[in-house]
Design a protein around this ligand. Structure first.
Ligand code: XUL
Ligand code: CO
Length: 445
């Protein structure tokens, strides 16, 4: 990564870059497990992990919640000229990306530039921010993992964007996404994400569900067509979430996402961006969503965060649960990784974590936990104990009539003959506790 030459620093007390000191270090401003330069299997850890910083939380998060206003006040926010603030904020962001050693970033259009009084004005602001981002990317070597459009904050989108009952709002959203794809392409974005912020409903009483699904599919087809027209080669991603802000969101989880994409013949063009806290809101584990997407070759990228076991909403916390992440990493590595995706910290510091160094502590913890989980998962897969046990569990489908079942070469009648001839199936233990002990051994050794 090239060094950025900058005249002022927004994080003067933070070393550039945060050093890797190894597992025995007791320094809190150092990595213990993530050494970006460590080479494993011919690739650096930086290339394996493809960590990304989420602009919206780390550079736009101000600590607001439904009970109170902002608690976080950053020195680069002067509050006089929104465009000047946007450019200054971006300097701070790229300094942060470098110091924290994240090779990627992600943004929504409205994160990086203010909304204007008209679409034209918004686009002009965005162009200025993008030109600055392009310079900073060039100077630092930091790349764009994905871009997206914010189709949920402005009141015009209160009843949805592509699923809004008013075609005028649909058109506005289309124009906004067109521009967001343009700027993602301009910045060399490797993916483009759709999170259906308010694509859902509050009540079915006022909703034509079928038409809304059709409109959403039409919108996504238009995005695919437009990307082809302008030669954008990035991967399109859908980020499922079951609820919040709406009571029901159409991209509920990976399973409903697959059904939707296949129904509307969009599956060739999309993969999933799986977010831990969205998986758990849908009543699934993180690894469940990964396994399901991987089973359909639709694992695209990860929004790395976690919820709180005691709270039922999207708390977007940094995840330091190495056991959970190891399980997820086993599934990700088994699926062949995330390809052009990465691990994007869609996570925010807590409302009372108001210091600048809290941003560093948060990312260091998340990056170290993921790097450690990556190494543990590799060990689990190399040892192969769990893999072998699972393979043995299904071995009856590898030969004889089991194999014929899988190859669809046998039917009910022949199976009935087999069942009548043979004695009762002998129950075999699922051995869950033994599997859990094997996992514990790998996580805690
Ligand atoms: C919201 C969420 C979004 C998407 C991008 O829960 O996760 O920030 O990641 O729109
Ligand atoms: Co997300």
């Amino acid at each position: 990564m090239k060094k950025k030459t900058t005249t002022r620093t927004w994080f003067p007390k933070i070393k550039n870059p945060i050093p890797y000191e190894g597992p025995d270090s007791d320094h809190l401003m150092a990595f213990r497990h993530y050494d970006p330069e460590e080479v494993i299997d011919g690739k650096t850890m930086s290339e394996h992990m493809r960590f990304s910083v989420a602009y919206w939380h780390t550079f736009r998060g101000a600590g607001l919640d439904p009970f109170g206003g902002p608690t976080i006040c950053r020195p680069w926010e002067k509050g006089k000229d929104p465009m000047a603030d946007a450019l200054r904020r971006m300097d701070a962001a790229f300094e942060f990306f470098q110091k924290i050693r994240a090779p990627f970033w992600c943004f929504h259009d409205r994160d990086i530039a203010p909304e204007g009084r008209s679409l034209r004005e918004s686009n002009r602001y965005l162009d200025r921010a993008v030109a600055h981002a392009k310079d900073l990317q060039k100077a630092t070597g930091i790349k764009l993992l994905w871009g997206t459009a914010n189709l949920f904050s402005h009141p015009r989108y209160m009843c949805g964007a592509a699923t809004n009952p008013d075609a005028h709002v649909f058109a506005y959203a289309a124009a906004q996404v067109k521009k967001a794809i343009d700027v993602t392409a301009e910045l060399g974005g490797e993916n483009y994400t759709f999170w259906g912020g308010r694509e859902g409903y509050e009540t079915l009483l006022n909703t034509n569900l079928k038409r809304e699904f059709d409109h959403l599919a039409a919108f996504l087809h238009m995005a695919v067509d437009y990307a082809r027209d302008i030669g954008f080669k990035g991967q399109f991603l859908i980020e499922p979430k079951p609820k919040e802000p709406t009571k029901h969101q159409y991209d509920f989880d990976v399973a409903s996402g697959i059904a939707f994409l296949k129904t509307y013949k969009l599956d060739r063009h999309f993969k999933f961006n799986i977010e831990t806290n969205h998986a758990t809101l849908a009543g699934h584990t993180f690894e469940h969503e990964i396994e399901l997407a991987a089973a359909h070759r639709m694992l695209g990228s990860i929004d790395a965060n976690t919820g709180d076991a005691l709270l039922g909403w999207d708390t977007d916390q940094f995840n330091t649960d190495v056991r959970e992440l190891t399980l997820a990493m086993v599934s990700i590595l088994r699926a062949g990784g995330v390809g052009s995706g990465g691990f994007n910290f869609d996570a925010k510091v807590r409302r009372p974590s108001i210091d600048l160094d809290d941003l560093f502590h948060a990312h260091i913890g998340g990056m170290d936990a993921y790097a450690l989980a990556f190494k543990k998962a590799r060990k689990i897969l190399a040892e192969g104990t769990l893999e072998q046990l699972v393979a043995d569990r299904y071995a009856s489908y590898d030969t004889d009539y089991g194999k014929q079942i899988e190859k669809k070469k046998i039917g009910f009648k022949a199976l009935e003959e087999i069942a009548l001839k043979k004695s009762q199936p002998k129950p075999r233990s699922g051995k869950q506790e033994m599997y859990e002990n094997i996992l514990m051994r790998s996580v805690h050794d």
